[in-house]
Design a protein around this ligand. Structure first.
Ligand SMILES: Nc1nc2c(ncn2[C@@H]2O[C@H](COP(=O)(O)OP(=O)(O)OP(=O)(O)O)[C@@H](O)[C@H]2O)c(=O)[nH]1
Ligand SMILES: [Mg+2]
Length: 931
C-alpha cells in the first residue's frame, strides 16, 4: 500500500505531470493526425492514384449500386507482385538457423510427455522435471504449455516424418504472485481429486490462480543458440497476453539468465524463496499490461479475424469490400477498447462528493479528466479516419490502391493510438490504485478517527474492529484511509482510520493529510478526535489543541468527541493548569465531550465505542425525523408513508373498553411438577401403564363428538375425504325397519325357497345363436387378417387386376344390369390391332397345318420389315418449295448450335474443365501412375 501512495502522491499537481501535455495541446496534436491537411490528403490520394476532382472527397451518394454490376478490371503487371505470399516468406539470403528448422509452435498434451522428458535432459539432473510431473501438468493444464517443433522438408515421395519437439514451456497457475515450491510440487493423489491440498494449502496447479508460473523452459541441447528458446518464450507471452487469462507470468531463473528474461519484459524481484533443485533462483515477473499492447492486440485481432487472401484478379467490388472491412474492423476494435476504458472509470461528476474529492486528492481531477478526454478524443479521431478512408477506398481502382489506402488508414490509427501512451499508463496506474482503495460507504453509520500522527488512532481501530492496520511508534505510519467494521446493537458500523494531520494551512497539506481532511469534510459521521496527552507521539498538547481549533469548521453539524488516548501514561488530571484550561476551553461549548481510553490496556475502549455509537444512532434517528417532517412539523416523505399506514382503531363513541380476560384463563394454574394435584399429562399416563413401548396413546379419546361414549365407535368420522355425518340419512332407522319387515314377509311367503334357476327353450336358442355369431365373427376377422397380411407380396391395385370378360358379364348379370352393350364394347376394345399374331393367312381355316416349314420363313424374308405409318421427313410437306424452305430453316436453326459446338438443343455435354487429378480426391503417398 505504502509504495502506491508514494506513486500517487507523485502525480499531484505541479509535482509531476511530465508525461502529459495540457489538454488543448494534446488534442491539437491528435487533431492534426486525423484531419490531414489537404496537401497530406492529396499526397496519399496521389500515391494511391486517386484523382480528386474538386479537392475534396468524392461525393458520398454515387455509392455502391454501380459497383454491383462492375466488370472485371484489368490487372497491372505491378499489382501482380502484390501477393501476400511474398511478404510472408523471409528472403532466402536472410535465412537464419531457426528458419532452417521450419519451426512451429503448438500446445502440448499428455501424448508429448516422452518428448518433454527428452527435452528436459537439457537441465542438470536435480533441476529436471520428472515424468510424473509432466503427466500431471499436461493433464491438468495443457492449455498453459507450449512446444516448439521442427519438421524437416523432405521429398514428396518420402513419407512425412513425425515432428520433433525441440523446446517446451510447462506452466501451472498459482494464486501467489511468484513461483513457489508449493506450486512446483506434485500433489499426491491428484488423479482422484480436483483440488489438492497439503497442510490446508493448495499444492500444484491452482485453477483460479491469476499468476502463470513457468516451471520449465527447456531447449534440446543441439538446438540451443538458434533462438529457439526466445522464439518460444515470445510466442508464449504473446499468447497469454492475447488471451488475457492471467495477471502475470512468473518464472525463476539462475542469475546468469536474468538479463535474457529481462529482455522479454520480465522484472527481477530478487532472490527467490524456492528451494527446488538446490535453490539459488531469482524471481522474475512479466506483468500483463493490456493498455500498452493495445496496438498489437488490435492489429493482430484484425489480422486473425478477417480473411487474408485477396488477388488482383478478383472483381474490384470484392477487393474494395475486403479492404473496407479491414479498415472498419480495426476502427471498431479500437473504439470498443477505448470505450471499455471510458466506461471503466467513474465519471467524477456522477459520484459522491467524498469519492470525488478523494479521487481529486489522490489522482488530481484535472489530470484524470484530461487523460480520459484524450482517450475519448482518440476514439472520435479514429472514427473519422476510418470514415474518410472507407470513402476513399470506394473509389480506388485496383488492389494496389486499395491496399495503400488501407495501410495509410491503419497507420494513422496506430499513430493516434501511440500518442496515447502517457494517458494510458497514467490511467492504468489509477485503475490499479482505485481497485485497492477501501470501500467506504459515505452514507452508513460511521466513526471517524482523526488526530495528530502517532497518537494511537490505528491502535484504536485495531481494538474495535478486525481491520489489520499497521501500528508503529513513529509518525505517518498510516498513509491512506483504512476502514474496519463492527456491530453494535445489531447494526453494522464502519470505523475509518485516517492518516495523521499536522497543524498547518490547508494549501500546505500533502496528499496523505488531504485524504483525512476529505474524509472529515464529507462523511456524515461521529468524529473521534484523538489526543495524546503524554506527548509520546512527539507533538505537544498545545499543538494538538490548536489543530482541533483549526479544523473545527469541518466539524459543523457533526458529533465530535475528544478522545484522550494513552491514559495509562498520562490522564487529563495530570496536566498542568494551563493546558487543562485550554482543554476545558474546547469542552466549554457543550457540543464536544471528552472520553478517555488506553489502547494498550484496553481501558475505556468499549465505553468510547458505545458512547459514540449511541449518540450517532440517536442523532441519525432525530435527523431522519427532522428531515422527514415539513415546516408544520407533520412528517412527510418516507416517514409520512409509514405513519400513514399505521392505524390504531378506537372504539366508536369514545367508549373505553376494559380488557377482557376469560375466567378460565385467570384460574389457570401454572403447571407444577411437585404438586400432587397437578394435571395428569400423557407422560404420567404412560409411566403408570407400563412405560414407553407398552402403553400406546389413545387418539380417539379426545374426539369432540356429541357423546363422548362414541369416541371409540368403529365408524370413522371422515371417510374418503368426506365427513360421514354429511351423508347420514336421518330417516335411516325407519327405512331399515320397513325393509326388514318386507323381507320377513317375503321370506314367510316362501319367495326364496326355490334356488335353482330355470332356463326355457327360447333362452337356450338365443344363447346358441349368439355363440355361433361370435365364432363366425372371429373366423371372418382371422380371414381378413390373413388377406391383409400380404406375406411380402406386392399389393396390386384393383384396377390392375386382370378379370375375364366372362367374369365381368357374370357379375353384371347377377347385379341385374344389361350385359350386351358393355360386353360388346369391351370386346371391340380388346381386339388386337394390326397384324394377326398367327402365321396363318387370314381366313386360313387351319393355320396349324404347315406342310412346308420353309414356306413361312421365305414369306417372312420376302417382306420388308413393318414400318411406322408416319414419315417425319415428308409428313406435312406439300411440295418441293415447301421442302426446300423447310431445309433452309432447319439449317438456320442449327447454325447457332454449331457455333456453340453443340449438336442441338438437347446437347448438354460439358467438357472437363479440371484435370482428373485435381478432382479425384487427395493425393496419397505411393502410386501416382494412375493419373
Ligand atoms: N502507552 C500507550 N501507547 C499507545 C497507546 N495506543 C497506541 N500507543 C502506541 O502509540 C504508537 C502509535 O500508534 P498508532 O496506532 O500507530 O498511531 P497512529 O495515530 O495510527 O499513527 P499514524 O498512523 O502514524 O498517524 C504505537 O507505538 C502504539 O504502541 C496507549 O493507549 N498507550
Ligand atoms: Mg495509523
Amino acid at each position: 500500500m505504502s509504495d502506491l501512495n508514494e506513486q500517487s502522491s507523485e502525480s499531484m499537481p505541479g509535482t509531476d505531470t511530465s508525461g502529459l501535455k495540457p489538454l488543448s495541446n494534446a488534442n491539437d496534436d491528435l487533431q492534426s493526425i486525423s484531419n490531414p491537411s489537404n496537401s497530406d490528403l492529396a499526397r496519399i490520394m496521389n500515391r494511391a492514384g486517386i484523382a480528386m476532382t474538386n479537392g475534396g472527397f468524392p461525393p458520398d451518394d454515387l455509392e455502391d449500386e454501380d459497383e454491383v454490376d462492375e466488370d472485371y478490371v484489368a490487372v497491372d503487371q505491378e499489382d501482380a507482385n502484390d501477393y501476400p505470399y511474398w511478404f510472408r516468406r523471409p528472403p532466402t539470403h536472410h535465412r537464419t538457423k531457426l528458419d532452417e528448422l521450419h519451426p512451429f509452435v503448438q500446445l502440448l498434451s499428455v501424448s508429448n510427455v516422452e518428448d518433454c522428458v527428452e527435452v528436459e535432459n537439457a537441465f542438470p539432473e536435480p533441476e529436471r522435471c520428472s515424468r510424473d510431473k509432466f503427466i500431471y501438468r499436461l493433464t491438468r493444464c495443457p492449455e498453459l504449455s507450449l512446444g516448439i517443433f521442427t519438421l524437416p522438408v523432405l521429398d514428396e515421395s518420402k513419407p512425412k516424418p513425425r515432428a520433433t519437439l525441440i523446446g517446451h514451456i510447462i506452466a501451472t497457475r498459482t494464486s501467489e504472485p511468484l513461483v513457489t515450491d508449493r506450486a512446483m510440487r506434485l500433489p499426491k493423489g491428484w488423479q482422484a481429486e480436483r483440488w489438492t491440498f497439503e497442510d490446508n494449502q493448495a499444492v500444484g496447479h491452482e485453477e483460479g490462480g491469476s499468476t502463470i508460473a513457468i516451471h520449465s523452459l527447456a531447449v534440446l541441447p543441439e538446438h540451443q543458440g538458434k533462438q529457439v528458446g526466445s522464439t518460444l518464450l515470445k510466442s508464449y507471452i504473446h499468447r497469454i497476453r492475447e488471451a488475457q487469462i492471467a495477471d502475470r507470468i512468473a518464472i525463476i531463473a539462475h542469475d546468469h539468465l536474468v538479463p535474457f528474461y529481462e529482455s522479454f519484459g520480465f522484472e527481477s524481484r530478487g532472490p527467490s524463496k524456492c528451494q527446488f533443485g538446490g535453490g539459488g533462483w531469482v524471481d522474475l515477473i512479466a506483468p500483463v499490461p493490456t493498455n500498452q499492447e493495445f496496438l498489437d492486440i488490435v492489429l493482430s485481432r484484425t489480422q486473425r479475424q478477417l480473411p487474408t487472401q485477396i488477388r488482383a484478379g478478383f472483381k474490384i467490388s470484392r477487393i474494395r469490400g475486403f479492404y473496407t472491412r479491414k479498415v472498419k474492423y480495426t476502427q471498431e476494435t479500437f473504439c470498443e477498447k477505448f470505450q471499455a476504458i471510458l466506461d471503466g472509470f467513474p465519471r467524477l461528476q456522477d459520484i459522491h462528493p467524498f469519492h470525488k474529492d478523494l479521487m481529486n486528492t489522490l489522482y488530481d481531477a484535472d489530470h484524470f479528466r484530461i487523460a480520459l478526454g484524450q482517450v475519448s478524443t482518440a476514439k472520435h479521431l479514429i472514427e473519422t479516419v476510418s470514415r474518410d478512408y472507407v470513402r476513399l477506398i470506394k473509389y480506388a481502382q485496383s488492389l494496389f490502391q486499395c491496399k495503400q489506402l488501407k495501410r495509410a488508414a491503419l497507420g494513422r490509427m496506430a499513430t493516434i493510438c501511440r500518442r496515447l501512451k502517457d494517458p494510458l499508463v497514467y490511467l492504468e496506474q489509477v485503475r490499479q490504485h482505485l481497485g485497492r482503495l477501501p470501500s467506504i460507504d459515505p452514507n452508513t453509520r460511521t466513526l471517524l478517527i482523526c488526530g495528530y500522527p502517532n497518537v494511537g488512532k490505528s491502535s484504536f481501530l485495531r481494538s474495535i474492529t478486525r481491520a489489520d492496520v499497521d501500528v508503529q511508534p513513529y509518525a505517518f505510519t498510516t498513509k491512506s484511509l483504512f476502514v474496519g467494521h463492527f456491530d453494535y446493537k445489531y447494526l453494522r458500523f464502519q470505523a475509518i482510520d485516517t492518516p495523521g494531520i499536522l497543524d498547518h494551512p490547508l494549501e500546505e497539506m500533502n496528499t496523505i493529510e488531504m485524504q483525512s481532511i476529505t474524509a472529515v469534510a464529507h462523511l456524515r459521521s461521529a468524529i473521534l478526535y484523538f489526543m495524546d496527552l503524554s506527548e509520546q507521539c512527539g507533538y505537544s498538547v498545545t499543538d494538538q489543541i490548536k489543530l482541533f481549533h483549526s479544523i473545527k469548521p469541518l466539524f459543523a453539524n457533526k458529533i465530535v468527541y475528544i478522545v484522550v488516548n494513552k491514559i495509562d501514561v498520562r490522564r487529563p488530571e495530570d496536566l498542568d493548569p494551563e493546558q487543562q484550561a485550554e482543554l476545558q476551553e474546547i469542552l466549554k461549548s457543550g457540543d464536544v465531550e471528552m472520553l478517555q481510553v488506553s489502547c494498550t490496556t484496553t481501558e475505556g475502549v468499549t465505553a468510547v465505542k458505545n458512547a459514540a455509537c449511541d449518540k450517532l444512532l440517536a442523532e441519525r434517528v432525530s435527523q431522519k425525523l427532522k428531515s422527514g417532517s415539513n415546516t408544520a412539523g407533520t412528517p412527510g416523505g418516507r416517514l409520512g408513508d409509514v405513519l400513514a399506514r399505521i392505524h390504531v382503531a378506537q372504539p366508536m363513541g369514545g367508549v373505553t373498553r376494559e380488557t377482557f380476560i376469560p375466567e378460565a384463563v385467570k384460574k389457570l394454574q401454572k403447571y407444577d411438577k411437585s404438586d400432587p394435584n397437578r394435571r395428569k399429562l400423557e407422560r404420567d399416563l404412560e409411566e403408570e401403564n407400563g412405560g414407553a413401548g407398552v402403553y400406546s396413546f389413545d387418539m380417539q379419546r379426545d374426539y369432540t363428538l356429541a357423546d363422548s361414549d362414541w369416541n371409540h365407535d368403529k365408524i370413522p368420522e371422515v371417510w374418503n375425504g368426506k365427513n360421514i355425518y354429511d351423508f347420514v340419512d336421518p330417516d335411516i332407522e325407519s327405512k331399515l325397519a320397513a325393509l326388514e319387515e318386507e323381507e320377513e314377509k317375503l321370506e314367510a311367503e316362501g319367495y326364496y325357497d326355490s334356488d335353482e334357476s330355470v332356463e326355457d327353450a327360447e333362452d337356450a336358442d338365443t344363447r346358441m345363436k349368439a355363440d355361433l355369431i361370435r365364432e363366425k365373427r372371429t373366423l371372418m376377422r382371422n380371414e381378413a387378417k390373413m388377406r391383409k397380411s400380404l406375406k411380402n407380396r406386392a399389393q396390386i391395385p384393383r384396377s390392375a387386376k386382370a378379370k375375364k370378360l366372362s367374369e365381368m358379364e357374370r357379375g353384371l348379370d347377377s347385379a341385374g344390369y344389361d350385359v350386351d352393350a358393355a360386353g360388346s364394347r369391351a370386346r371391340s376394345q380388346s381386339q388386337a390391332r394390326g397384324r394377326t399374331l398367327t402365321r396363318g393367312e387370314p381366313g386360313d381355316d387351319d393355320a396349324m397345318d404347315l406342310d412346308d416349314p420353309h414356306k413361312a420363313l421365305a414369306r417372312a424374308k420376302s417382306r420388308a420389315r413393318s414400318q411406322a405409318a408416319t414419315d417425319r421427313r415428308n409428313d406435312g410437306v406439300v411440295d418441293e418449295t415447301a421442302r426446300s424452305k423447310a431445309d433452309r430453316l432447319h439449317k438456320l436453326g442449327q447454325k447457332k448450335m454449331n457455333r456453340m459446338a453443340r449438336q442441338g438443343e438437347a446437347d448438354r455435354h460439358t467438357t472437363v474443365s479440371l484435370a482428373k487429378h485435381l478432382v479425384a480426391g487427395k493425393r496419397g503417398i505411393g502410386k501416382n501412375q494412375r493419373r
